[in-house]
Design a protein around this ligand. Structure first.
Ligand code: GLU
Length: 499
């Protein structure tokens, strides 16, 4: 086993479905999944939806679809159940309340009745004094009896964690080593809101404990509250999991984190950080996985092609890079191309078919199987397929007259070249790479043309495009009769231009 985790781990991916699923979530899920599969452990999907105002059911569906698309499957989760169900935090309210009460009883948490107005005033005064904004501890001083009485009389309240005021706490992140903070710098964070729902700080710690999570792999945005989390776990007397905080993603420029505006701009530019967008843009899940796996991890300084199985075998948490990683879309194209070329023809044909249909082509499966090998080395995304090969499924093509005039040639010269080409091709029993290429090259030479000049005219005539897969392989698929018919039409068009 390549990493230091030898025993089967229990890990979880615990998203809050409040928006679209992006690369960062995909990568966190992937790393968790890999380490679970690698050690023969379990991977759990837990939906952290206690923030009911921000929760969005569509986001949850999009998340599940995105993970399925990537091929990341979980062993326990809201849709499949498991020994620690329910896996929606919103359905575990009582569990958190019970634990919050336990913390209060143990003297590690307290009820707070401060109004938002009072808290705002405290904050303002602290700002004036240039102090860090923290709760001033007023309700910490209330007696248990008084607090209990105010709660039972129905006074609005939250529950805060009672962070020690002196001393330090040392926590350990697997990638960053030990981190020591002074307790006085840790706020008395709210752990249960006034609506009775627990916040992440409590809910996630309780769930991680009850669900037997051994390793918490999460985003580094949780580093600032990491000491609080350790305090909560230690207050309960539980064993801490191993902590791994992943690096953040930076904008493609490498300058700062992605903002909402940045992601909207990317979409305008035909790129996206959202997984379902990458799917509709025609990226392969294999390419996206390979790309994201290497944003923050590497096996060595040269291996770049990984399937999901390879990653399960070779992924190593010890080789994660804690520094931020800039999103690089040309690398995505690169990895997608690699995976595109590694697919079998039938697999690729099946995957490009919907893109042809979507673009309005009627697809004949036999023909598609012939076309696919020509497209495979040339397309980067599945969406490129109809663009590059749509003409194969067109009854007729309509090349613009200008496109039939060869580069640096006159219409008359082009007309002559096409006429001669037609004569030669018409005498061939078959038109394909073996039979047609040599005579066409010879013809170009005889006419004092570069092969590219003649081929350009023929390409436009036969495909209606200026770019296509190799000309003679293309002609073979289109078929001799149609090829000759299209060249004859091109001849007519050029003749009209000459007149
Ligand atoms: N719900 C948290 C989030 O989406 C999960 C963090 C974690 O993995 O613990 O950021």
């Amino acid at each position: 086993m390549p990493n230091s985790f030898k025993k089967p781990v229990r890990v979880r991916f615990a998203p809050s479905p409040t928006g679209r699923t992006h690369l960062g979530s995909g990568r966190t899920a992937l790393y968790n999944y890999l380490i679970a599969r690698q050690t023969g452990g379990q991977f759990i999907l837990r939906i952290e939806d206690t923030d009911r105002k921000r929760y969005n059911a569509e986001s949850e569906q999009e998340l599940i679809d995105s993970l399925h698309w990537l091929g990341i499957e979980w062993d326990e989760g809201p849709d499949i159940g498991g020994p620690h169900a329910p896996y929606h935090q919103s359905k575990r309210k009582e569990i958190y309340q019970q634990h919050a009460t336990q913390l209060i009883e143990m003297g590690h948490a307290y009820y707070c009745f401060c109004t938002p107005e009072r808290l705002a005033r405290v904050r303002q005064e602290q700002q004036k004094r240039k102090e860090a904004s923290q709760y001033d501890g007023t309700c910490r001083l209330l007696s248990k009896d008084e607090a209990a009485q105010r709660v039972s009389s129905g006074e609005s309240h939250v529950i805060r964690f009672k962070t020690p005021t002196d001393g330090t706490i040392t926590v350990r992140d697997h990638l960053r080593g030990e981190i020591t903070v002074e307790n006085k710098n840790i706020d008395d964070y709210i752990i249960v809101k006034s609506d009775g729902l627990a916040l992440y700080h409590l809910a996630a710690m309780v769930d991680d404990h009850l669900m037997g999570i051994t390793h918490v792999i999460r985003g580094s945005e949780w580093l600032p509250t990491f000491p609080l989390h350790a305090h909560i776990i230690r207050a309960f007397g539980w064993q801490e999991p191993d902590w791994i905080h992943l690096s953040v993603f930076l904008k493609p420029s490498g300058k700062g984190k992605m903002s909402k505006r940045d992601s909207a701009q990317l979409i305008k530019d035909g790129k996206s950080i959202f997984l379902t967008d990458l799917r509709s843009l025609g990226y392969l899940p294999e390419g996206v996985l390979n790309w994201t796996a290497l944003m923050g991890w590497s096996l060595d300084d040269h291996t770049e092609f990984f399937t999901l199985d390879d990653l399960v075998n070779k992924f190593d948490l010890d080789r994660l890079n804690p520094s931020p990683a800039a999103i690089n879309f040309s690398k995505l194209d690169h990895f997608n191309g690699l995976h595109m070329r590694s697919l079998s023809i039938t697999d690729l044909a099946e995957r490009i078919k919907p893109y042809f249909l979507e673009a309005g082509y009627e697809v004949n499966d036999d023909k598609l199987l012939k076309v696919t090998p020509l497209l495979q080395p040339r397309i980067i995304t599945l969406e490129d397929a109809p663009e590059m090969g749509g003409f194969f499924f067109e009854e007729e093509v309509h090349p613009g007259p200008e496109s039939l005039v060869g580069k640096k040639m006159t219409p008359a010269e082009s007309a002559e070249a096409v006429q001669r080409a037609f004569q030669i091709l018409t005498e061939l029993p078959e038109v394909n790479h073996e039979t047609a290429e040599e005579p066409m090259r010879a013809l170009a030479e005889e006419l004092g043309l570069k092969a590219g000049q003649l081929f350009g005219i023929l390409r436009a005539a036969v495909t209606g495009r200026t770019v296509s897969p190799p000309l003679f392989e293309t002609m073979e698929i289109i078929g001799r009769e149609t090829v000759l018919e299209r060249i004859r039409k091109a001849q007519e068009t050029l003749a009209e231009m000459v007149d």
